[in-house]
Ligand binder design. Structure first.
Ligand SMILES: Cc1cc2nc3c(=O)[nH]c(=O)nc-3n(C[C@H](O)[C@H](O)[C@H](O)COP(=O)(O)O)c2cc1C
Length: 294
């Protein structure tokens, strides 16, 4: 399952049982039909312009002998009054199947466990980093294939010509610039953190912020489907930025395809300045730079 956009809806009147359980939920009437399997999910929840950690339940509440399909949102660590309001949610990881619990006590116990998992899953600092090794190559290629397939499905003409291929990854390994970031055992992100000058960055239709000083670049950043939406790309940027600082490198450059909107948003939110257009192997890219050390 991967959902790229938030699902929007209106909070409607529920039966109010959740409050009694210590897990108040907002019952949502989605604006458009939703196709989601029944179950409990870690989910991002947006209301009043802010994003919160939450859980989504899709199901009929068999424990309470109810039959109607509902979409319920529990906001973690907040009890907002949302009745009648617009809400948006994005399920990012399925924690459990729907169950008929033997008692309410068991249901509450399960909800406490789900909450513990959801909090960890949605927290970006719970991940584990390694320098990519040769045994990691098959996993990295799987991640690459997923990223390429998503771009194709979204009509983004990036990485549609075979690149990044295995040779590119082996080259990263040889240069000790391939990195794998694992989100527990859920899934991984791959990225090359490169400190060499990039020949494609020599000419720019525009103006880099820096000139002649060393810079660091992130290339071949690819996220496994299953952990999309967990802010792992942002986590990689933060890690890369830290690496640059400890190495005494002041500048961080990056490029992306014009149609790669998720990447463009991430780059903008991360404080990069748009510098111009560069030509890479297979066409034009938007080029950005950020100062990471004074
Ligand atoms: C994350 C999450 C998972 C849930 N999983 C189940 C489940 O597996 N089986 C079930 O009967 N109810 C499940 N519930 C639903 C609770 O029964 C429900 O929140 C409660 O009945 C409150 O509903 P109400 O506020 O409409 O009264 C889940 C709720 C949440 C928030």
């Amino acid at each position: 399952m991967y959902i790229t956009d938030y699902i929007t809806g209106t909070v409607i009147q529920g039966l109010g049982n959740g409050r009694k359980f210590g897990f108040p939920t907002a019952n949502v009437q989605p604006d458009k039909p939703v196709s989601l399997e029944k179950g409990a999910y870690a989910a991002w929840v947006r209301y009043e312009g802010k994003r919160h950690k939450g859980m989504l339940y899709v199901g009929t509440r068999p424990t309470l002998n109810l039959q109607e399909l509902t979409y319920e949102i529990h906001v973690i660590d907040a009890t907002p009054r949302l009745y009648g309001k617009q809400i948006a949610f994005k399920p990012v990881y399925k924690i459990a199947e729907e169950k008929r619990f033997r008692s309410r006590k068991e249901l509450i116990y399960a909800l406490k466990n789900y909450k513990f998992s959801a909090k960890k899953i949605l927290s970006s600092n719970h991940s584990f980093h390694i320098l990519a090794r040769r045994y990691d190559v098959p996993e990295i290629m799987k991640i690459m294939e997923q990223a390429k397939r998503r771009m194709r499905e979204q009509g983004i003409d990036q990485w549609q010509d075979g690149y990044p291929d295995e040779a590119a990854i082996w080259n990263d390994l040889k240069r000790h610039q391939g990195h794998v970031f694992r989100k527990f055992c859920l899934g991984s992100v791959y990225a090359a953190i490169v400190f060499d000058e990039d020949p494609y960055y020599e000419k720019i239709d525009g103006q880099w912020l820096s000139s002649g000083e060393p810079y660091m670049t992130v290339h071949r950043l690819a996220v496994q489907d299953i952990i999309l939406g967990l802010d792992m790309a942002r986590h990689v940027f933060k890690y890369a930025e830290k690496r640059a600082r400890v190495t005494g490198v002041k500048w961080f450059r990056i490029d992306t395809h014009h149609d790669n909107i998720p990447m463009r948003n991430l780059i903008r939110n991360f404080g990069f300045t748009f510098c111009g257009i560069v030509q890479v192997r297979d066409g034009e890219r938007l080029a950005y730079e950020k100062r990471v050390l004074q």
